[in-house]
Each structure stands twice: as C-alpha cells, then as structure tokens.
Design a binder for this molecule. Structure first.
Ligand SMILES: Nc1ncnc2c1ncn2[C@@H]1O[C@H](COP(=O)(O)OP(=O)(O)OP(=O)(O)O)[C@@H](O)[C@H]1O
Length: 244
C-alpha cells in the first residue's frame, strides 16, 4: 500500500486555479521531491496532504485512509514542517522537542530520550537550554525539523526544509532523511535546489502552475536544463490548448 496517494487533486483560491488534477504517490522508504517555481503550488499541495486546507476536488489518502478520516493514531505517524517552523518562544529547545514528542503521542517515559536524540542528530546540543525566542532563523528551522522527526513518523512532509540551513545543516538533514528512508519512512519534500534534491530524492516531480508536468531523473546529467525544458514544453502545450 502507498504511504501517500494523491489522486485528481484540485484546488482554487477564488478564481485562481492553484492545483489541477494532481496525482502523486509515495511508497514507504521513498523520497519524492517536488520542484517548481515560486507560486507553482508546492505548499498548497502539501497543505492539502496534511488536511490543512480542504481541496475542492480529488482525494488524499495516507496509509489508505482518506485524510478527513485519519484519527489521532494515524496523524501520530505523520511528521511535517510546512510554513514557518513553530517554536514555543518561552520554552527551551530541549523543552520544545519534548513537547512536540508528547503532542504526537510519545509516552512520557520515552519523550526525554527522543528529544535528546534529536538534539544530537541535528547538532542542537549547544542550544538545548536556550529559549525559542532567542534562536537564529537556521536554528529555528532545525527545531522545527526536530519537532517533525522526534516522534519517529512513517510519513514526512517537508516544505523547503533547507531554506534557512547552513551547509552543515543541509548535510545533516540529507543524512537524516536518507537514514529514515532506509528504515522505511516515506518523505515528500519540496525544494528550489535541484542539486540538493538530486542528492536526496529517488523521484523528482516538476510542478508548474498547479499541475505535475513530469518527472526528472535525479541521476541525469544536467538537471537544470531538463527542468527548464520540461517547464517550457508544458507552457507551450498549455498555450496550444488555450488557443484551440
Ligand atoms: N491563502 C491563499 N489565498 C489566495 N491565494 C493563495 C493562498 N495561498 C496561496 N495562494 C496562491 O496559490 C498559488 C500557489 O502558492 P503556493 O504557496 O502553493 O506555491 P509554492 O509553489 O509553494 O511557492 P513558493 O516556492 O514561492 O513557496 C500562488 O499563486 C499563491 O499566490
């Protein structure tokens, strides 16, 4: 069974079509990247996957269950970072991670150890006792990522997770995602960095104006050229359709 199955997803804000007939699937252990220009619809797609918006058409299933019917046990198998990382300003980094694990249903007896492990995995140790309100942007993103990972979800949805990270953080996250995927976790990730995506993803889908227009070969030689060729071909095809 797919960890995530998106079928015929459609969404519009007022008169603007933002997602059109989007199909996407994600198997356990797969890292699937979404790439596209600003405003292409990546975040909207992720919000629909996470039940944060109700799309006007199509279906999203997580482990075979329609998101509208997913219970708290189902959601506890999902980790996400979409939009700005949420960090409790008055809590320390360690307390934030502990709270995130408890909110995702981790038993009190395990929560401390899980938070400690994330502090190590994301090299947040030096900031463990610092309050959320005092963190740099990159460290906020690390805490947001830690909060998405701390309960050991089986499906991860990450919207531009490296946008504020330094090169060491990018490398750490890549290794973490690869390790989680090797243990069967399914990862949906969006990014603007084609090279980074190619290093981590097994599949790369291109989204253009709310439509998935094709997949890039992450092992291909010139990903940038292939990306633009795909986008331009999609635009030309759309122009032909609208002029008929
Ligand atoms: N709440 C909203 N109300 C109206 N329009 C919206 C809303 N949220 C997003 N949009 C529009 O939907 C389209 C897709 O936005 P979305 O944020 O999904 O794109 P994106 O691919 O994630 O972009 P970026 O790479 O810039 O983050 C854009 O045209 C955006 O302006």
């Amino acid at each position: 069974m797919s960890a995530l199955q998106v079928s015929g997803l459609a969404h519009r804000y007022d008169d603007t079509v933002v997602l059109h007939d989007v199909d996407l699937s994600l198997a356990p252990g797969e890292v699937h990247a979404l790439v596209g220009f600003n405003g292409a619809g990546k975040s909207t797609l992720m919000r629909a996957v996470l039940g944060m918006i109700r799309p006007q058409g199509g279906a999203v299933r997580i482990d075979g269950v329609e998101v509208a019917h997913l219970d708290s046990a189902g959601w506890s198998r999902v980790g996400h970072l979409v939009d700005s990382p949420f960090v409790y300003p008055e809590l320390t980094v360690r307390e934030n991670l502990w709270a995130a694990s408890r909110l995702h249903g981790v038993a009190a007896s395990l929560a401390r150890a899980r938070a400690d492990r994330i502090l190590t995995d994301l090299e947040l140790g030096p900031w463990a006792e610092h309050r959320g309100s005092t963190l740099s942007q990159g460290n906020r993103q690390r805490v947001g990522l830690g909060s998405a990972l701390v309960h050991e979800p089986r499906l991860l949805v990450l919207d531009e997770p490296t946008s504020a990270l330094d090169p060491a953080g990018v490398l750490l996250l890549r290794e973490l995602l690869q390790a989680r995927a090797a243990s069967g976790v399914a990862v949906l990730v969006s990014s603007h960095h084609l090279d980074e995506v190619a290093r981590v993803a097994g599949r790369v889908s291109v989204i253009r104006a709310g439509t998935i227009v094709g997949e890039l070969d992450p092992h291909g030689v010139d990903l940038e050229r292939a990306f633009f060729a795909m986008v331009h071909a999609a635009d030309a095809s759309r122009r032909r359709d609208t002029s008929r």
